[in-house]
Ligand binder design. Sequence first.
Ligand code: PA5
Length: 489
Amino acid sequence: MTCVNAKKLVLETGFTFDYENLVGSGKVTIDDVVSLEEKINDAQAAIQVMRKTGVIRGHLSKDGEPEKVLFSQLPYIKAENLNSPAIIRKLKDFSASIKDRVDAVISFGIGGSFLGNKVLFDIHCGEFWNGMSNAERNGYPRMYFSGNSIDPRRTSELVENIERMAKTYHKHAGKKFCLMMIVISKSGGTLDTMSNFMVVYEALKNHEHIDIEIVAVTDPNEEKKTLLKKLAEENHWPTFAVPDGVGGRFSIFSEVGLITGACIGFDIEAFLAGAKSMDEACQRADVWQNPALLNATLKYLAAEKYGRDIEVLMPYADYLKSTSEWYIQLLAESLGKKYDRNGKIVNYGRTPIVAVGTTDMHAQTQQHQEGALNKVIQFIRVNEWDIDPVIGDMFPSAQKLTDISGIRMSQALDVALASNAQALISDYRFNATFTMPKMNAFHLGELLYMLAISIAYEGELADVDAFDQPGVEAYKRIMGPSLQKLKVK
Ligand code: PA5
């Protein structure tokens, strides 16, 4: 372990982890990190074994069987891997087959079968994609998400919206509107996903102006077929796989997330290349040179030694809000555990919070600055924006407005972030900043993969199984019979 006085780790790609406000006197100290050296080395060795063999000590599937953890293989496109050249070809062929043909896609899914898909959509499409013309969307379909809750109003309004579009389309183009429904469920029968799918399918399947195509994304296991797989076979729906050994919260790098990429013309290969580049950096033995191991170590120490067990992920970019929402699941399901791997009750975990800059400076920051001293504020910053308007001098007689004219919006955003970080640390409020060089597929792959592998490292440091989620079974045991009772009535 090199002893450093550095304040940031900068990768060759430009991705930066600035930990100045997290490490030092009154913060996590270098001595703290040094004292953890053995654990850090063990964590690094364990994750190297996971990379090579998929084996993680103590990890069992829901059925109590030993299960491999294979997400770290996903960035590498290789014949023997889950993301083989054939899978990438299949995704590209799928993309070409819907371009200029399918008018709208509804992607049904929840949790790991939704959150990553929304991230790719937001980064590539932004907020206004569905209002653009076909030409502006480069021939790719409009895209909607459903199944992420069981909300009667939203689902009904989605149906009405599709009906309205189809009617208008038929009037102008004189042909049927092509609607694709992509149903994503690893287990193949999740209530939220399937109830929305059935409601929307029933409402639209005999619509005079709509042709429907259905694609299923589910566990491909032939011996224990999921309900969705059986339906796909019976109805001849094309299928994609939720690969074995890839949990929902890591599935953005697999066919689950990449199918959304294929629907919108997102650069899948650049995304995986970014993840691969990050995985390579995250294999470095020296913790100060390994962004994920360093991130995991500092957050672990901040929580265990200094009581900072809430992590606010606060990107300064509207379209990264869904990245924060994706991270909620990753952190909460992976590390929020009652038992450690020796069966001891530890009630481990850091609570994740979504925030967005500058929005939440006008809402949450009061609490971050003066509330309980139990948080790490993790900022995400974009270094270079593709579009970056200069604030015009619209009202020269208003001095306050003239003062902010002539500067770029990104400069104002950066000043806001830096001011927030400085104010927080002035009162020992731990914070750190990840900088993405640009908001594109490659750097998004880097960022998300770094967060994912960081969770794997922290699981080792805390000695909890980061790859199961037994806690979500508790409510399911209550909900199942309650739903059955409704049916009987
Ligand atoms: O992380 C997980 O495994 C869960 O959040 C699942 O992704 C979520 O429950 C959806 O499950 P499924 O894909 O089986 O429908």
